[in-house]
Design a protein around this ligand. Structure first.
Ligand code: G6P
Ligand code: ZN
Length: 544
């Protein structure tokens, strides 16, 4: 079958954001739009020619069509072998796992993560490199540059590949392997965690759990691992069927979007453990009875308890967190005598530290936690890690959390999001903050005096790469912080995120509601940045 050469012209705005190129479905449906981006990947990653590519997505609307387009283009461009998940499905962490296990040259993952799906909602595409991790800046810039000069793409005039049966097929000269999307991932999880102990917990009869797959990609993964392999009762996985529009919901596991699950953990009859994951399966939310574990605390708790699981029995080498994530994990690293790192927002910044063996665990306040087992954050991994801890410690989630605070102190933490704000307002706010930075140290803001203030910049300790303007960071003399940054993942207007934290060493002060415990700092953050005058918003849209 001869490749067809199709003439095309560049589209504006094919620059990947925090996690790939995300646009409305209708944008992707324009003739040549997806093709241009895919060809830019293939043109800038010559190792794919003659190599192995992993392809799959979170099943959202347009996933199937996009997979077919990518398969035809991969074949036309001389990719030797493509591993594609059955049904065109792969969670983001499973894609990373498969790249590593099968020594692929990279993966094309179709997802807009936690953004809603459907014909009027969002679609996305990202490239993961041979280490299984999100493409670093150098690669995404090269891809973007290529999209700006593209003149042709290669495809095949072929019928659709049957994605619904596990089989090895050929398309042109390319070998297409339709694989079980869950098997490799489930095997990796079984090698890291004590499945017998977790199965024992479920078999004990005294432990009730629900996992909310939010009608997204983790449904099939959670059914196989939790119900089939670990013996959790049927019905443990809620909203298990992956739907193209995620059932009309917003597949983002947080207190707002998973409110029904949160309600199931409340009161004396509340579940012992509940968890949820997002559209593409890389995020996690952890809940116990009447207890929400912030992602920042979760990272710290996993780090402090890692030695209780088979996969991390030998201890951890170091921990990294994104800058706006609370400082709780730093305290654990210091107690363990291991390194800790503060990186910009975006999972890709952990890649070099993981590859170099400097860190074992990493996490972000945005409900992402992971380790060196692969190169993405991993929702179900975090859930299984917690299940292993619950089985090993024979304590409730709340007891584990409270004991952790008693030992290390509590980092009260909250994030306030102002979504869909006019870009000029949001950028004006950030620019005004930036201007005030030089004079801030020593100034009194609300009840505290500023110790340091900067626009966060990061130099990668492994390759020296530099990332600037990663968020305004105000640190007070008592260690409390206010951080402002604009989201890099939205598709409409700007989203302003304000992150607020303070440390409380005294256990008698550990049981407050974070909004109350941080009330003064929250008010200071709002007033100092002039959020209402600049954005017209009196209150945040989402509080986590
Ligand atoms: C994605 C990325 C994360 C990042 C998050 C928040 O989930 O994979 O690494 O932390 O987006 O990004 P944002 O720019 O919206 O705060
Ligand atoms: Zn995601």
């Amino acid at each position: 079958m001869e490749p067809q050469i199709i003439a095309t012209t560049p589209f504006e705005g094919q620059r990947p954001g925090t996690s790939g190129l995300r646009k409305k479905v209708r944008v992707f449906q324009q003739p040549h739009y997806l093709e241009n981006f895919v060809q830019a990947i293939l043109d800038t990653r010559p190792e794919l020619v003659g190599g192995t590519l992993v392809v799959g997505g979170d099943g959202r609307y347009y996933n199937r069509e996009a997979v077919q387009t990518i398969l035809r283009m991969a074949a036309a461009n001389g990719v030797a072998r493509v591993l594609v998940g059955r049904g065109g499905l792969l969670s983001t962490p499973a894609a990373s796992c498969i790249v590593r296990k099968h020594h692929a040259e990279g993966a094309i993952v179709l997802s807009a993560s936690h953004n809603p799906g459907g014909p009027d909602a969002d679609f996305g595409i990202k490239f993961n490199a041979a280490n299984g991790g999100p493409a670093p800046e150098s690669m995404t810039s090269a891809i973007h540059a290529r999209t700006q000069e593209i003149e042709r793409y290669l495809t095949l005039d072929s019928t659709a590949v049957d994605l619904d049966r596990i089989a090895t097929l050929t398309l042109g000269a390319t070998c297409i392997e339709v694989i079980d999307p869950v098997a490799d991932y489930a095997e990796l999880m079984a090698s890291l965690f004590d499945f017998d102990a977790i199965a024992g917990l479920f078999a004990s009869g005294g432990f009730r759990m629900r996992f909310d797959a939010m009608h997204a990609i983790t449904g099939p993964y959670a059914l196989e691992i939790l119900e089939n392999r670990l013996g959790a009762e049927a019905g443990t996985v809620l909203n298990a069927e992956a739907l193209p529009d995620f059932g009309g919901g917003h597949p983002d596991p947080n207190l707002t979007h998973a409110a029904a699950l949160v309600a199931m953990t409340r009161g004396a009859d509340g579940l012992d453990f509940a968890a949820a994951s997002d559209g593409d399966g890389d995020r996690n939310m952890i809940l116990g009875r009447d207890c929400f574990v912030t992602p920042s605390d979760s990272l710290a708790i996993l780090a402090a308890n890692a030695h209780l699981t088979p996969g991390y029995r030998q201890g951890i080498r170091g921990v990294a967190r994104s800058m706006p994530t609370s400082q709780a994990a730093d305290r654990v690293a210091e107690a363990l005598g291991v390194e800790h790192f503060e990186t910009p927002t975006g999972w890709k910044f952990f890649g070099n530290l993981l590859d170099a063996g400097r860190i074992t665990l990493c996490g972000e306040e945005s409900f992402g936690t992971g380790s060196d087992h692969l190169r993405e954050k991993d929702g179900l991994w975090a859930v299984l890690f917690w299940l292993n801890l619950l089985a090993a410690r024979r304590q409730s989630v709340a007891e584990i959390v409270t004991e952790h605070w008693r030992r290390f102190g509590r980092d009260y933490y909250t994030r306030h999001d102002y979504e869909g704000v006019a870009s000029e307002g949001a950028e004006g706010l950030m620019a005004a903050l930036r201007e005030q930075l030089p004079t801030l140290p020593g100034q009194q803001l609300g009840a505290r005096r500023v110790a340091q203030a900067d626009d966060f910049a990061y130099t990668d300790p492994i390759d020296g790469g530099r990332a600037e303007h990663q968020g305004i960071r105000i640190r007070f003399e008592d260690g409390a912080r206010i951080v402002y940054r604009l989201s890099g993942t939205g598709t409409e207007g700007a989203t302003l995120r304000v992150y607020i934290e303070r440390f409380e060493p005294d256990p008698t002060g550990h049981q407050l509601d974070p909004q109350e415990a941080l009330g003064e700092l929250i008010a200071t953050a709002r007033e100092f940045a002039g959020i209402e005058p600049r954005t017209g918003r009196a209150a945040p849209d989402v509080i986590t």
